[in-house]
Design a binder for this molecule. Structure first.
Ligand code: GLN
Length: 494
């Protein structure tokens, strides 16, 4: 199509009339038809809906078309849509259709985006590999025997394999950033409260955030611009002004940012368990920043070793409460011929939920039960405050924290499924940002000897997305990791 397959180039071409939105629909359909059988990123496609949106864009004169006019986008299937099912990759919601659209969906549609499908995930966003999907696995576009990471693995794989330029995921403990690292794309978890959660199916309500996934920082900024901001339907969304994220990425603004930048390396993020190739890639990235004039210091995060335990108490406690609503009466699957009401509840849940979801409901129910509440849930809440204090203290010294997104590159299917604790440890570096509520971004910063992507994580103070995007963009200016593409990339016709 004569286009770089990015949201910014597509929107520019549609905006000035060089590219017809309906032609983009044909193009994206053909790409998905070709690539999807090898990846399995989608649970449902909504090509007709995308075409309706494209016609809507077409009716507006070029020059007056909105920010994301004609930009194809995929949505993680825990984001509610009226025009496609919302299954959360769970059998319990296999036929569920939401009566309303999530706020992010409204905003994307108003901005002219073309929503082309709903993507696979670990059931109810619980997992780090996509292996917990109740329907089918999604493959890593770089190596078909490796997981794409989770839980937003479908959205990330769709972007990394070139089926869509941008997608939305959700991040409760790393679910945008971990797959972004495993698949070599950019993924941002915004500050808690930056983006409305209205219409995001709740997992851990005090941790969940929706965020953008794209191949470069500019596209992430474009999508964030559209979805960020106060929403009166979500009381936890915050009434903070939304900066002009794209303007922040202009050269003059970036040069200013580079000169005064102070970067902190949390010592705890470079200890045992970090894969040597990941360590080497992160150390090389630090040198890139030093060369641009940044000051780099080591910082202490004294409670970092507790975050996995704290997160898996809080997230499972909240999940056990949030998932109580799937009872065979209010939503979704209902068991056939129950013996009585209790049996109806129990059987519907037993049939509908997968093993990991059941494990978490049991863990969370235990942590909240009387007699154990003080020892587990309450203690976890106190520890969460200490984790937040670690961040506050660190950000008195530095502007951003830098480290690996994940301890290893993508692992093989089945490698960690027998041991849930091993799987939980994949989140060791991502979880703290959710506990503290701060924004964090993963950007590609290397390839392992096996040809698997490595992700660099940057974290900033609450509502510092603008600075975080700038710091991420500085790295892109100096390196070409974000331009590497997996072998499956269907780049023909660009
Ligand atoms: N892997 C983590 C979990 O299973 C994070 C998931 C997420 O961010 N949704 O809870």
């Amino acid at each position: 199509m004569g286009l770089d397959w990015t949201a910014s180039s597509i929107a520019a071409a549609v905006h000035d009339g060089r590219c017809a939105p309906l032609a983009l629909c044909d193009h994206v359909d053909a790409r998905i038809d070709r690539v999807e059988p090898d990846i399995g990123a989608f649970l449902e496609r909504c090509a007709d809906h995308a075409r309706d949106s494209a016609r809507g864009v077409d009716q507006r004169v070029p020059g007056e078309r909105p920010t994301l006019a004609g930009v194809p986008i995929a949505l993680k299937d825990n984001i509610c849509t009226t025009f496609a099912k919302t299954t959360c990759a769970s059998r319990i919601l296999a036929d569920y259709r939401s009566p309303y659209d999530a706020t992010v969906v409204d905003r994307l549609l108003r901005a002219g985006a073309l929503i082309v499908g709903k993507t696979n995930l670990d059931e109810f966003a619980m997992g780090s590999s996509n292996e917990n999907s109740g329907f089918h696995p999604t493959r890593n576009p770089w190596r078909p025997d490796c997981v794409p990471g989770g839980s937003s693995g479908g959205s990330v794989a769709a972007v990394a394999s070139g089926m869509v330029p941008v997608a939305l995921g959700s991040d409760t403990g790393g679910s945008i950033r971990l797959p972004a690292a495993f698949c070599g794309v950019v993924g941002l978890k915004p500050s808690y409260g930056r983006v409305s959660r209205y219409g995001l199916v709740a997992y851990g309500s005090s941790l969940d955030q929706i965020g953008p996934i794209a191949r470069d920082v500019t596209d992430v900024a474009m999508v964030l611009q559209v979805i960020a901001g106060r929403d009166e339907r979500d009381a936890t969304s915050v009434d903070e002004p939304v900066p002009d994220y794209r303007r922040a990425l202009e050269d003059a603004a970036l040069a200013g940012c580079a000169k005064t930048l102070r970067i902190g390396l949390p010592r705890a993020y470079f200890g045992d368990g970090l894969h040597p190739e990941v360590r080497a890639a992160i150390e090389a990235a630090v040198e890139v920043y030093r060369a641009r004039g940044a000051t780099v210091v080591e910082v202490d995060m004294p409670h970092a070793q507790h975050v996995v335990a704290v997160y898996y108490l809080i997230a499972t406690a909240e999940a056990s409460s949030n998932l109580a609503r799937y009872d065979g009466v209010h939503y979704g699957h209902r068991t056939k011929s129950p013996q009585n009401l209790v049996d109806l509840y129990a059987q519907s849940r037993a049939d509908g939920f997968g093993a990991e979801v059941k494990r978490r409901i049991m863990l969370g129910t235990f942590a909240l039960s009387s007699g154990y509440y003080d020892a587990y849930y309450d203690k976890a809440l106190r520890a969460r405050r200490l984790v937040k204090d670690d961040f506050d203290r660190a950000f008195e010294q530095v502007d951003v924290l830098l480290g690996p997104t994940a301890p290893t590159p993508a692992f093989r299917f089945g490698e960690k499924t027998a041991d849930p604790l091993q799987m939980y440890l994949a989140d060791v570096y991502t979880i703290s940002a959710n506990l503290a509520g701060v924004p964090a971004i993963s950007i590609p910063c290397g390839l392992s000897a096996e040809g698997l992507p490595i992700g660099l994580q940057l974290m900033g103070p609450l509502f510092s997305e603008e600075r975080l995007l700038q710091v991420a963009r500085l790295f892109e200016q100096e390196t070409d990791w974000h331009q590497r593409r997996p072998p499956i990339w269907a780049g023909d016709g660009e």
